[in-house]
Write a protein that binds this ligand. Structure first.
Ligand SMILES: Nc1ncnc2c1ncn2[C@@H]1O[C@H](COP(=O)(O)OP(=O)(O)O)[C@@H](O)[C@H]1O
Ligand SMILES: [Mg+2]
Length: 360
């Protein structure tokens, strides 16, 4: 029956065709933008501008329509210490590779002197170490794979000397870098490059004493003026530090906010929730009074170091005391909640075990 066979063939071909069209439309990249953004929004607080930039970046990369002779993305994160700059990179790595440290980090501070600059690309021919082709770059992490972009972080880029900046310019320009001593070439055309710098930190601090998110949530004309003024100062400082051809090659310059009390509180609640999940396995729960949370903020957060030591304060004032009480009280099948409140001398948090219905 030729007619039936023709028909079957026709449908079979149609199916193949539509699969081909579908596949063509799919990106070579496997990451899912929505999943990444929802994780980021859950873990990073008070940095809406950076979140928007990351979402835009992911869309451009996934759609694969950018210039393919340069890196996938070049971003510069400005602002104070401990406000989420590196954390965003860690979350990206985790979302794309399943591991927080799957990115190539270069600390520009260690390359500050001319003497060490060679460590970036390896020693030049004839110098000690030139045979080994050792460089700070990790080829696999930089280049990623066909379906995953590589991630590179240049920390404290303002500290790099001129030789290193020239190396970076080269990378930005054509997405390639020749290792000095040999034939090895690094390819950055499949890389997300993020640089961080403390430029602007002082200005942002002066501007935002007592207010959060001044850069993104201007309240009134006075604050808009203030924020614009700060941005102008930061721009000037950028121009004083980097050559125009360097700045021109950057896709996004993002100024990070200081974290206000609201964001820091959310961070504590997030840690608390995580700890709660772990305690649940032992049939235990945890609650903190507002005064207890205030103590953690007081001990773990300051404008100079941001949220850097929040984790440590949480460990000292919450996790260790909770571990102690857990060990003391031993196991039981009843659900017990550890209620944490500030001690009389206001120097620590005291936990007392309570049955769920005894909470007050
Ligand atoms: N905006 C933020 N949202 C959530 N956690 C943050 C934020 N900023 C900092 N943290 C916490 O503080 C730690 C240090 O932040 P990090 O991103 O490494 O600082 P930096 O901005 O100096 O790179 C992170 O591991 C994270 O736990
Ligand atoms: Mg950092």
């Amino acid at each position: 029956m030729p007619f039936i066979n023709d028909k079957l063939n026709f449908y079979e071909n149609k199916e193949k065709e539509s699969a081909a069209v579908k596949n063509k439309m799919l990106s070579r990249f496997t990451f899912d933008i929505e999943t990444i953004m929802s994780t980021m929004n859950k873990c990073i607080f008070g940095q809406e501008k950076a979140m928007d930039a990351m979402e835009g970046m992911l869309k451009l990369i996934k759609a694969d329509i950018a210039d393919n002779e340069r890196p996938l993305y070049i971003g510069l994160f400005l602002g104070p210490t401990g406000v989420g700059k590196t954390e965003i990179v860690r979350l990206l790595a985790e979302a794309i590779y399943g591991e927080r440290d799957k990115f190539c980090r270069i600390d520009m501070n260690t390359l500050a002197s001319e003497h060490y600059a060679a460590a970036l690309t390896g020693a030049p021919p004839g110098y000690v170490g030139s045979k080994e082709e050792t460089t700070l770059f990790d080829k696999a992490l930089i280049e990623g794979t066909f379906s995953k972009p590589g991630i590179v972080l240049f920390d404290e880029v303002e500290k790099a000397n001129q030789a290193v900046i020239l190396t970076l310019l080269n990378i930005f320009d054509n997405g390639r870098l020749k290792i000095t001593s040999g034939n090895t070439e690094l390819n950055f055309r499949n890389s997300i490059i993020i640089m961080t710098s403390n430029i602007g930190a002082k200005e942002i601090m002066n501007q935002s004493v007592g207010i959060e998110g001044v850069i993104s949530y201007e309240q009134n004309q006075k604050e808009i003026n203030k924020s614009q003024h700060t941005q102008q100062i930061i721009q000037k400082e950028l121009e004083d530090t980097f050559a125009p051809e360097f700045l021109n090659r950057i896709d996004d310059v993002i100024t990070f906010n200081w974290l206000g009390e609201h964001s820091v509180k959310r961070m504590i609640d997030q840690r608390l929730e995580l700890l709660g999940k772990r305690l649940k396995i032992h049939n235990r729960g945890i609650q903190l009074s507002d005064a207890a949370k205030e103590l953690i903020i007081e001990k773990g957060y300051d404008m100079k170091y941001g949220a850097r030591s929040l984790k440590r304060a949480f460990r000292k004032f919450v996790e260790i005391p909770v571990a102690e009480i857990l060990l003391q009280t031993g196991g039981s099948s009843d659900l017990i909640v550890f209620l944490g409140d500030i001690s009389a001398d206001k120097r620590e948090i005291i936990f007392r075990p309570a049955l769920p219905n005894q909470q007050s």
